[in-house]
Design a protein around this ligand. Structure first.
Ligand code: GSH
Length: 246
């Protein structure tokens, strides 16, 4: 059984989409980031970056103790390899998949996340216009990268649906709120509509949605608490004794 430490955010949904697409049995372990579950010791032991998602495989292929993986891209590679699905059939295909997965992890996900961050803060923290222009431009550029890629390919890694598509999809599901005109990117739009119709994508995207807090209903004090928890993070101190310096 695979445990997925999860909250319904785009990074989390990459994994539930893949698990649904692959027909793998899994167990969702709620990691409510707005309440600080990502800082609990048990979670940090499997995800030292205090970010979800992470997975724990209780029946790894080597028959050994449970194996944990953090970073959504690494979780996806692990599951693709273990179950032999959506990771590319030949070595050549696999490298197409991995390049586009890395593109998502290093570009599309973080830039979209930062855009959302500054857009949310714009009425609280003074002038965010430079940051917003920078990330709006980046987003527009990244939609263009996908659009060009999908001009003559059905999927990002070629003609086979892969974890690269599943990783990108949850981050573009909000294209409207991101200020994107989808009609400007017609090859992307074809791909997006095609994925949106897949039952496993719909199911993966819906997991945990009923547990999400409606931030518009939170009191100002609650909002302050969440903002300070998520947006004011600095280094956690390392233990003073018992390490390799002794
Ligand atoms: N590169 C990481 C990013 C994960 C990430 O940013 N997760 C967010 C939710 S989407 C999180 O756990 N945030 C908790 C926090 O900021 O403390 C991945 O792809 O797994």
């Amino acid at each position: 059984m695979i445990d997925v430490h999860y909250w319904p955010t785009p990074n989390g949904k990459k994994i539930t989409i893949q698990l649904e697409e692959s027909g793998i049995d899994y167990n969702v372990v709620a990691c409510e980031i707005g309440r600080g579950a990502q800082f609990e010791e048990g979670f940090l032991a499997i995800s030292p970056n205090n970010r979800m998602p992470a997975i724990v495989d209780h029946a790894p292929k080597d028959g050994g103790k449970p194996l944990s993986v953090f970073e959504s891209g690494a979780c996806m590679m692990y599951l693709a390899e273990k179950y032999g699905q959506f990771g590319g059939d030949s070595s050549r295909d696999k490298w197409e998949v991995y390049q586009w997965l890395m593109w998502q992890m290093a570009n599309q996900g973080p830039k979209t996340g930062e855009r959302g961050h500054f857009a949310r803060l714009k009425d609280r923290e003074g002038d965010q216009s430079y940051a917003l222009r920078r990330f709006n431009d980046e987003l527009h550029r990244l939609y263009g990268v996908m659009n060009n890629r999908l001009y003559d390919r059905r999927f990002l890694a070629g003609n086979n649906y892969s974890i690269a598509d599943m990783a990108c999809y949850p981050w573009v599901a909000g294209w409207k709120e991101q200020g994107i005109d989808i009609d400007e990117f017609k090859y992307f739009k074809r791909w997006f509509n095609q994925l949106s119709e897949r039952p496993a994508v719909q199911k993966g995207m819906a997991i945990g949605e009923d547990q999400k807090q409606d931030y518009s209903k939170l009191s100002e004090k609650e909002i302050e608490r969440v903002v300070s928890l998520l947006y004011n993070q600095r280094a956690r101190p390392a233990p003073e004794t018992g390490g390799l310096l002794e």
